[in-house]
Design a protein around this ligand. Structure first.
Ligand code: GCO
Length: 476
């Protein structure tokens, strides 16, 4: 056959994160996370939105799982809120928090939906931030490992698919370089050090996992934006190499090969900001390999050369649509992000590029030769609820269908693709962009500061994906 088919056990899924859907921010013993606290600071989020109620998935999970079952979803990726399990991040275990996730997992399994559990989707216990600066202290390695081992022991017999850190590149860059996420620091040096500690924590947890859930699979979810050179000018090509190393391989090489990419490390060394690596770290990183690479794919990046240090329209690509100059972001001279004239963009200015997904899947396969799980892909839109409860999200259908087709082509090319999770199942809270930016198959009737009744309404894309799943990706 000319075109390969998706594997029979392909995980047709959809994803969410605790803070973005659950609400119930202080229920049943939950502690405060850095996001509960950060969103109280005026001006940090669109129209001061927060996740206090979100889409109330905490109370409506049965209704949501019933919709997933109706759709025929094979996998649901969700995250566990550390603060429900250990309210202060380290000492007392909160049984009520474990029970919530136990019920959710059981509900999914009862409906033949494979749970894919993310251990960390950005909602760090505030207490650990206050106590020792969160990811900036090596103390977090032990606390994070304790929390994860608790989950492996409790759920490891039922849950076989785990995601360790979600988008470490994003929460580090936005948390410590652009200061748009908590703890809103602007220091590239501190980012690189905290990031190294997160790498060690990630590897520690992967090692624990092999011990407690030897028949399971674990991997990180990385926000992957493959990079293109703007032109065939060798200077642009060199800039694209720089950007790949600094934006992608800086994380992926550590996860998959246990080492930092050579150029990027030298570059940071020359700037005097390379991370301090302790004895034993590199051995651990080399030992603790993930079973798969999880990628969250939204867009590619295009870069041109930037001969003048820190001057000009250089931007660090991030996952939010906001931008900063190269100088502000501390990466002078190595590349500048430019608009790709061949690609259309979303309403939040993200380049729409299904071919880039195929390119990226092939690059990762050639470089690391690991199975890949697409842990997120989707389109944020201003969806409109029309008369008779119709939401005609044809843009989303077009977007997703082109990306699933790119996956199929990548499988034909030889990529070992385990599954494809869209972002997201229901509409949910965008960290910085509020409730207006909708991603779901299921519309949730609420606005920024108006919870309404949080009614669930199936969008047209719901029926489209139902059909895709039913045909195992043949009918797009
Ligand atoms: C947003 C973002 C998020 C991320 C997700 C990353 O608008 O807030 O799109 O929803 O995609 O949380 O893992």
């Amino acid at each position: 056959e000319k075109t390969a088919k998706f594997r029979d056990d392909f995980l047709w899924g959809s994803a969410s994160a605790a803070y973005q859907v659950e609400g119930a921010w202080d229920k049943d013993g939950k502690g405060e996370s850095v996001w509960d606290v950060y969103t109280r600071i005026p001006g940090t989020t669109f129209k001061e939105t927060d996740g206090k109620v979100a889409v109330d998935h905490y109370h409506r999970y049965k209704e949501d799982v019933a919709l997933m079952a109706e759709m025929g979803l094979k996998a649901y990726r969700f995250s566990i809120a550390w603060t429900r399990i250990y309210p202060d991040g380290k000492t007392e275990l909160n049984e009520a928090g474990l029970q919530f996730y136990e019920q959710l997992i059981d509900e999914l399994i009862a409906h033949n939906i494979t749970p894919v559990v993310t251990l960390y989707h950005w909602d760090l216990p505030q207490h650990l931030q206050d106590l020792y600066g969160g990811w900036e202290s090596r103390e977090i390695i032990e606390d994070f490992n304790r929390y994860c081992v608790t989950l492996f022991k409790r759920f490891g017999d039922k849950v076989k698919h785990w995601v360790s850190l979600n988008e470490q590149n994003i929460f580090m860059t936005l948390g410590y370089v652009t200061a748009m996420h908590p703890p809103a620091v602007k220091s590239h040096k501190r980012m690189l050090q905290a990031n190294h500690i997160a790498n060690v924590a990630n590897a520690t947890v992967i090692e624990s996992f092999k011990q407690y859930v030897p028949d399971g699979m674990i991997g990180p979810s990385f926000a992957y934006g493959p990079v293109y050179p703007y032109s065939c000018d060798p200077q642009d090509i060199l800039s694209a190499e720089n950007a790949e190393d600094l934006n992608n391989y800086w994380w992926l090489d550590v996860y998959c090969k246990g080492e930092y990419p050579t150029f990027a490390f030298k570059y940071y060394e020359r700037l005097g900001i390379a991370p301090v690596i302790e004895e034993g770290d590199l051995e651990l990183l080399a030992r603790a390999k993930p079973d798969f690479i999880g990628i969250n794919y939204y867009q590619t990046g295009t870069v041109a050369s930037n001969p003048i240090d820190g001057v000009g329209p250089s931007e660090v690509m991030n996952n939010t649509g906001k931008k900063g100059t190269a100088k502000e972001n501390g990466l002078p001279g190595v590349f500048k992000n430019v608009k790709n004239p061949n690609l259309e963009t979303t309403n939040w200015d993200w380049a729409i590029d299904p071919t880039g997904l195929r390119v990226g899947l092939r690059r990762l396969t050639s470089r690391y030769n690991l199975p890949i799980l697409i842990t997120e892909n989707g389109l944020g839109e201003f969806d409109q609820l029309e008369e008779n409860d119709v939401v005609n999200d044809s843009h989303r259908i077009d977007y997703l269908s082109a990306h699933v087709l790119a996956c199929k082509e990548a499988v034909t090319d030889g990529v070992d693709l385990l599954g494809y999770c869209t972002w997201s199942f229901t509409d949910l809270l965008s960290w910085l962009n509020g409730y207006q930016k909708r991603y779901g198959f299921v519309y949730v009737d609420r606005e920024e500061n108006d919870e309404k009744e949080l009614r669930r309404i199936k969008k047209n894309s719901f029926y489209w994906y139902q059909n895709v799943i039913e045909s195992n990706g043949e009918d797009l």
